[in-house]
Structure formats: C-alpha cells, structure tokens
Write a protein that binds this ligand. Structure first.
Ligand code: PRP
Ligand code: URA
Length: 241
C-alpha cells in the first residue's frame, strides 16, 4: 500500500520570509479531535531531526528525547482541569489564577515508556508511577502482557500513559484495557507519545474517542515489519542499550 505523502513546511522564526526558511517534513494532520499534535516549531523539528538520525549516539539520543518528552508532559498537563485560585501577592494585591484539581499518576508501558518517567517527575514532584510490561512479538507484532503494578486508587486518578512509539497501536490498546479493567474512566487517560503512525493513532483515537492523545509527530506509516517510517528505529534499544 502506498504511503500518504508527508507534508512539507518552511521552518524558522516568524520574522523570516518563507523563501528564507528551509523546508522540512512536518507532522501529518489528523482529523480526530482527541489527537493533539505539538506545534511544529523549529525547536521541535530540530530535536526530532537529532533523534531520527541513525548516526546519533546514545548520549545525544537520550538528551534530545528527554527534551521532547518534557514538551509532551507540559502540554499533557494543559489537558487537566483547573479551578479558580486567588492569591495575595507580597504588595497586598490579589491575583486571580487557577490551580490544578484532582490527583494524577503516571503509567509507563515498559520498557520504552520508562524513558518518559523522569520528564513527568520533573514536572510533578513525587508523582506515583505504575508500570505495565507489554512486549511486541518480533515476528507477529502482536503485543503480549507480562506484568502490571498500578496504584491501588488508580480509578480515582488522572492517568498519564507513557509510551514513545505508537505503531500498530496494539500495545497502547492493551494498556488501556488494563487501566479500564481497574476502573479508570477512559476520559481520565492522557496518552503521551513521541511518534505515532497515522493508522495506529487513528485506530486508537476511534476506539477510545474520549481518551486524549498528545503526540509530537504523526509519521508517514508502517513498513512491512510494522516499524514506523521514517520513524527512528527501535526507541527502547536506542535509549537504553
Ligand atoms: C515498542 C514501543 C511500543 C510498541 C509500539 O515496544 O515502545 O510499546 O513497540 O508498537 P505497537 O503500536 O505496534 O504495539 P516493544 O514491544 O518493542 O518493547 P520495548 O519497549 O522493550 O522496546
Ligand atoms: N517500536 C519502536 O521502537 N519503533 C517502531 O518503529 C515501532 C515499534
């Protein structure tokens, strides 16, 4: 099946004219309302360029992936509800602001999802983090569930589900089924993801229309081994080994 052509866009600071800016491949846009793609800024495109490069060494891969993960966590937190909060400043004036409402936790899909735990901790001090070990069979690409350990009160928390790669969507769908079986409402799950295939993101978004997906990039598609293309290869191997 032919891949859909990925869009190109001129990338650079706003004050530069289009012909002064280089063209880069940017994320495919999806019509599903529950999919949020990070703004395709020069920063993000440069970070993605680093981690997609097969010649990037592990230390740089980790450093630049962590920067994208931080952007995903910051955007993810914008999808949590807030309530009014008025404070008094040291000069005696009130400021009408907001504060976050409710409890959260992280859940990483092991192994690659564990790379996103520190980024979440950096934004949410002492956040609880559950784990689900799902591995894709290398031959069939079908996911297998090996293990899970989740906070006992997870049904009363907003869950930030962490996995950098969404390929066929099989692993993420299986993880959501585990969360739902523990009583987590679908609309209390935010899935944070670096790179998604269009078919994986669409399948997932349609199956769980009230669950939100926040991704840095929707890529062109999948190859015959169900790797994301152009993608970045095996995220877990490049981050951890
Ligand atoms: C990768 C990735 C996702 C999954 C995506 O993990 O981190 O969990 O594959 O593929 P899917 O959408 O087709 O299910 P993998 O099973 O390779 O294990 P790893 O985390 O140990 O690398
Ligand atoms: N898992 C990865 O790490 N990369 C892919 O492209 C697909 C699944």
């Amino acid at each position: 099946e032919p891949l859909s052509k990925a869009p190109s866009q001129s990338v650079g600071p706003e004050y530069r004219s289009a012909d002064e800016k280089p063209l880069a491949t940017v994320s495919t846009e999806l019509s599903d309302k529950n999919v949020t793609v990070l703004p395709q800024t020069p920063q993000l495109i440069a970070l993605l360029t680093m981690i997609r490069d097969k010649n990037t060494k592990r230390a740089d891969f980790v450093f630049y992936s962590n920067r994208i993960i931080r952007l995903l966590v910051e955007e993810g937190l914008n999808h949590l509800p807030v309530v009014e909060q008025t404070v008094t400043t040291p000069v005696g004036r009130d400021y009408n602001g907001v504060k976050f409402q409710g409890k959260i936790c992280g859940v990483s899909i092991m192994r690659a999802g564990e790379s996103m735990e520190q980024g979440l901790r950096d934004c949410c001090r002492s956040v609880r983090i559950g784990k689900i070990l799902i591995q894709r069979d290398e031959e069939t690409s079908k996911p297998r569930l090996f293990y899970d350990k989740l906070p006992g009160d997870i049904a009363n928390r907003w869950v930030l589900l962490l996995d950098p790669m969404l390929a066929t969507g099989g692993s993420a769908l299986m993880a959501v089924d585990v969360l739902k079986s523990r009583g987590v409402p679908e609309d209390h799950i935010l899935f944070l993801n670096l790179i998604a295939s269009p078919e994986g993101a669409t399948t997932f978004a349609k199956k769980y229309p009230s669950l939100r997906i926040i991704t840095a990039f929707v890529d062109e598609g999948l190859d015959e081994k169900n790797y994301i293309v152009p993608g970045l290869g095996d995220f877990g191997d490049r981050y951890f080994l």
